[in-house]
Design a protein around this ligand. Structure first.
Ligand SMILES: Cc1cc2nc3c(=O)[nH]c(=O)nc-3n(C[C@H](O)[C@H](O)[C@H](O)COP(=O)(O)OP(=O)(O)OC[C@H]3O[C@@H](n4cnc5c(N)ncnc54)[C@H](O)[C@@H]3O)c2cc1C
Length: 149
């Protein structure tokens, strides 16, 4: 559900979550009943524009630092893990650190930035509130084609 930037529900986050989702299927009501309000995080979601490189000298970015994406495809942590494996493989195989980092950047920047762009589009599509039949068909179609290669 989209909310304006910085929005805080007047009744508090936990009460609002229970109002919105408390009558959903199991186990959501039970999960909502066990949340400690002190540990509840509430942050706006931002799209990180694509970076021109993930590498600068001997510094390298991976995970959200490189390609923070909206949580609409459940892919952020998955991509961070793939980054870590790709970086580790590149460092093990390359003759020096510079060529390893260049290889990592070449392998990971394009697919992760495509995934981030796709997550934004999925989020926009999922939040369409009119023509929901067309929206649902478009989501099914997009899922049938799978993630970008
Ligand atoms: C609502 C939501 C749902 C999501 N659902 C999914 C999902 O279903 N599947 C999925 O794959 N991904 C999901 N993600 C994305 C996933 O959480 C992130 O992509 C992932 O956590 C990124 O891992 P990371 O290690 O790159 O960064 P982080 O998990 O942010 O880790 C960075 C760490 O560095 C620490 N840190 C920051 N600055 C400093 C500093 N100066 N010194 C020392 N430490 C520092 C931070 O405290 C943090 O512990 C979701 C994200 C959100 C917000």
């Amino acid at each position: 559900m989209a909310a304006p930037e910085g929005y805080r529900p007047p009744e508090g986050d936990l009460a609002a979550l229970r109002r919105w989702f408390g009558d959903w299927h199991d186990p959501l009501p039970a999960v909502l009943g066990r949340i400690d309000p002190v540990g509840l995080l509430h942050h706006d979601v931002h799209f990180l524009p694509p970076l021109p490189t993930y590498v600068q000298g001997r510094r390298v970015l991976l995970g959200d630092a490189a390609h923070a994406m909206t949580p609409d495809l459940g892919q952020g942590a998955c991509q961070a893990l793939i980054d870590a494996v790709a970086l580790s493989d590149a460092l093990a195989a390359a003759p020096d650190v510079s060529s390893a980092l260049a290889r990592y950047d070449g392998l990971r920047r394009r697919p992760t930035q495509r995934m981030a762009a796709m997550a934004v589009r999925a989020g926009r599509l999922a939040q369409v509130r009119r023509f929901t039949g067309v929206r649902d068909a478009a989501v099914r179609l997009a899922l049938a084609f799978g993630p970008p290669g």
